[in-house]
Design a protein around this ligand. Structure first.
Ligand code: SAH
Ligand code: SF4
Ligand code: F3S
Length: 450
């Protein structure tokens, strides 16, 4: 049977889809990118903002027609919205055959087999820690140089706006040895770059305790140190860390380990201390800036990206301007700016002073304009410089040119040379830049002149 798998949401969902595809492929299912060919359609969903849910529900809703035409197909919903809405999805969408929450994904093949054998509808949303160890399979489409590894799952932080702790359950970490084993296997398959994933990734190994450890304790630093030793691996990235876990040990490890990339996604959310407090974010703007300062001193060429929420309940013009100021002070090279979306069941959804949509839109635009101007300027400063790029392959826009990323996560486009392979590290002299990309010429491949 052919399975079509569509993924919404964050990298953790992409990673889960890869694992589910891997498990299904191992049981003889064929994975197809064509919806029309599929016998089974599975939607891996996200609940983080209202729009994310609406997009998936809209898409699944219109499949009633397909199901009428082909009554033998199976339609399933998995992931965060499945966890969040459970039975309501089966009630509202009568053509859906199964709903499988985030804790049951490792059982998906078994549940699917039951649904097919008995032609009944199934709801499975219990939390189960076995999902952590049951999900280390990978399914790769073609040869790839980059892969995700989930090192923690769940979140205990309960930021007041966020639904993730409710839909992903309590935070749990894998064993370092288990993660290293998976990384070594991936490198043997040709992977050169690993992105470590967790909703609260730098809290790895702290047993779910949200309090930051003493300056000399960081199991996450220990994990990075272990993975840095793997021969053939070139780059290590991770997302998303919570600011408070950047203690002396983690910062020193990031600076000392040559494979850890000098680009860090460090969610700020707001630059106003009053809003940070209302968000239940346990740091102030000053503490955030201090961490950025320490990282910059240890790693001078580090670049930062972030997540920002505008229009959180009670956000005044003064609060917003504080966010704008902190963003400019850090000088982020990328930022995901979200308009606050009330999530039922979270504390912030019940706060009284909700901000009008119009103001959310305005604040969103102002921050995006600032960002674009700043990134164009940062990139222009790289003109004439030589940067190291890990080759990805032909550029999507123009396949005669190739692309790759710098360790600071800048997309770089260049003319290829004979013998160049995805995963190679090359030196590129930058000749032109935009806010999106760097353009240049190869100066050397793998250390030797071209
Ligand atoms: N675990 C990650 C965040 C996952 S959600 C972390 O803490 O870094 C990704 C981003 O979505 C968050 O950083 C936040 O900026 C945004 N977000 C979460 N809930 C939101 C909501 N209710 N409305 C708008 N944006 C939200
Ligand atoms: Fe959500 Fe906060 Fe956990 Fe991130 S740390 S997933 S924003 S609750
Ligand atoms: Fe969305 Fe779930 Fe990720 S809610 S952002 S897919 S953890």
């Amino acid at each position: 049977m052919k399975v079509y798998l569509k993924t919404y949401g964050c990298q953790m969902n992409e990673r889960d889809s890869e694992a589910v595809a891997g498990m299904l492929a191992a049981r003889g299912y064929e994975i197809t990118a064509q919806e029309e060919d599929a016998d089974i359609l599975i939607f891996n969903t996200c609940s983080v903002r209202d729009q994310a849910e609406r997009k998936a529900i809209g898409k699944i809703g219109i499949l009633t027609r397909l199901k009428r035409r082909k009554p033998d197909i199976y339609i399933g919903i998995m992931g965060c919205m499945a966890q969040n809405r459970g039975q309501a999805l089966l009630d509202e969408l009568p053509h859906v055959d199964f709903v499988i929450g985030t804790g049951q994904l490792h059982r998906l093949p078994e549940i699917l087999a039951g649904v097919i054998a008995q032609r009944h509808r199934e709801l499975r949303v219990e939390e189960d820690h076995a999902v952590l160890t049951g999900m280390s399979t990978h399914f790769s489409r073609g040869n790839r140089i980059s892969a995700y590894i989930a090192v923690t799952r769940g979140c205990n932080r309960f930021c007041s706006y966020c639904i993730v702790p409710y839909v992903r359950g309590r935070e749990i970490s894998r064993e370092i040895a288990d993660i290293k084993h998976e990384a070594i296997e991936l490198v043997a398959q040709g992977v050169r770059e690993i992105m470590l994933l967790g909703q609260n990734v730098a809290a790895f190994g702290l047993g779910g305790n949200i309090n930051p450890p003493p300056p000399d304790v960081s199991p996450f630093a220990d994990l990075l140190t272990e993975l840095n030793d793997i021969p053939g691996l070139q780059r290590l990235r991770f997302t998303s860390p919570y600011p408070s876990y950047f203690n002396a040990k983690l910062i020193a490890a990031m600076a000392a380990l040559p494979k850890v990339c000098h680009s860090l996604h460090l969610p700020l959310q707001s630059g106003s201390n009053a809003i940070l407090r209302a968000m239940n974010r346990h740091y102030t703007a000053e503490q955030y800036l201090d961490i950025v300062g320490q990282l910059r001193r240890a790693i001078p060429d580090i670049t930062f990206s972030t997540d920002i929420i505008v229009g959180f309940p009670g956000e005044t013009e003064t609060d917003f301007l504080a966010t704008r100021r902190v963003m400019n002070e850090v000088g982020f090279d990328n930022a995901y700016i979200f308009k606050y979306s009330p999530r039922q069941g979270t504390v912030a959804a019940t706060m009284l002073d909700q901000v009008p949509q119009q103001i959310k839109e305005e604040r969103n635009h102002i921050l995006l304009d600032d960002l674009n101007r700043r990134v164009a300027k940062h990139n222009a400063e790289l003109r004439g410089q030589i940067v190291e790029v890990m080759v990805e392959g032909p550029s999507k826009r123009n396949c005669e040119r190739w692309c790759g990323r710098t360790a600071t996560n800048k997309m770089t486009i260049f003319d290829p040379a004979p013998g160049l392979e995805p995963g190679d590290l090359v030196q590129v002299k930058i000749t032109r830049t935009t806010a999106m990309s760097l353009f240049g010429q190869l100066t050397a491949t793998g250390g030797a002149p071209v």
